[in-house]
Design a protein around this ligand. Structure first.
Ligand code: NAD
Length: 303
């Protein structure tokens, strides 16, 4: 094992955006050396100011790297930076620990990890939950897929960027866990929103419904932690005009990834499909930047 886990490591980092920027800063704060790349000059400038070295081409981060982290928008970007003659898998020193934290489709995650392992690297998919606040505070949850060896090698670095690190199984299972969880979340937020709108029409007070359902069989996270009406849960985005939080566009992305995976795997997910369609409408109406709990406005006919 080239990387001595307690020592300072040479880390490459690609994708220094809203999430990747603060995650890279936490690796620097932990004492690691970090070389970063992003297509956006502003992202590179911010990383440089935090103490990173920056390079002009993506595979420039591979030179001398012991660990490479990527935090990119979608599967196409991940394929682009890892695969091919100029990709990270070809350019990184054999045995490099590769950690893709992007939220992408399961099939791409599995394909890229297989290519990395065939080339003698150790790779995990490690999508996150916790948002920009969690990235900044170093309190992200990582859902990790990959071999036991790859997980053990990646873990010390994930611990510098997050608080909860869960090994979900083999390659791609981090992505599988993330989209299954967020499909529950998308569906349950719509269910809770429909219930509050029905309650309004029946003359049932928001707080009364909350008090009853939060201790009854309707109880769920969308109700008790992220209540889509103002009042019952003072920290929920409903109390600040649905300022995100977790945007509707991000929820839509994850619901579409879940539908893509369900279609490939032959799983019946009719409510997941309906949730994706409703968030698609909400996004089309110009609400992509609004918190995902704002969908209650559309259900009320007011978005
Ligand atoms: P972002 O758009 O802020 O950052 C992505 C960065 O990647 C940008 O700076 C972009 O310039 C860069 N980039 C794109 N293509 C590139 C390429 N080929 N080479 C190098 N750099 C490239 O997005 P983000 O909010 O940081 O999200 C990143 C990932 O994290 C996504 O997969 C997203 O789904 C996931 N995620 C985001 C959140 C959130 O709250 N923002 C929460 C959980 C998961």
């Amino acid at each position: 094992m080239r990387t001595r886990e307690r020592d300072m490591a040479q880390i490459g980092f690609i994708g220094l955006g809203n999430m990747g920027g603060p995650m890279a800063r936490n690796l620097l704060k932990a004492g690691h050396s970090l070389t970063g790349f992003d297509l956006a000059q502003a992202a590179k400038d911010t990383a440089k100011a935090a103490g990173a070295a920056v390079v002009d081409v993506a595979n420039g981060v591979a030179s001398g790297a012991e660990v490479i982290v990527t935090m990119l928008p979608a599967g196409a970007h991940v394929r682009q930076v890892y695969l091919g003659d100029d990709g990270l898998i070809a350019k990184a020193p054999k045995g490099t620990v590769l950690i893709d934290c992007s939220t992408i489709d399961v099939a791409t995650a599995r394909e890229v990890i297989a290519a990395a392992e065939a080339a003698g690297h150790h790779m995990v998919d490690a999508p996150v939950s916790g948002g920009v606040g969690g990235a900044e505070a170093g309190t992200l949850t990582f859902m990790v897929g990959g071999s036991d060896t790859a997980f053990a090698k990646a873990r010390p670095f994930l611990e510098k960027m997050g608080k909860t690190i869960v090994h979900a199984g083999g390659a791609g299972n981090g992505q599988a866990a993330k989209i299954c969880n967020n499909m529950i979340l998308g569906i349950s937020m719509i269910a809770v929103s429909e219930a509050f709108v029905l309650a309004e029409k029946l003359g049932l007070d928001h707080q009364k419904l909350f008090d009853i359902s939060s201790t009854a069989s309707g109880q769920c996270w969308s109700l008790t932690t992220y209540c889509p009406v103002p009042g019952p849960v003072p920290t929920s985005p409903a109390n600040r005009d649905y300022k995100a939080g977790f945007t509707a566009a991000m929820m839509l992305k994850d619901l579409r990834l879940a539908q893509e995976a369900a279609s490939k795997a032959g799983a019946a997910t009719p409510l997941g499909a309906e949730a994706a369609a409703l968030y698609g409408l909400y996004d089309l109406a110009g609400n992509g930047g609004v918190d995902f709990s704002g969908i209650i406005q559309m259900i009320r006919g007011k978005a």
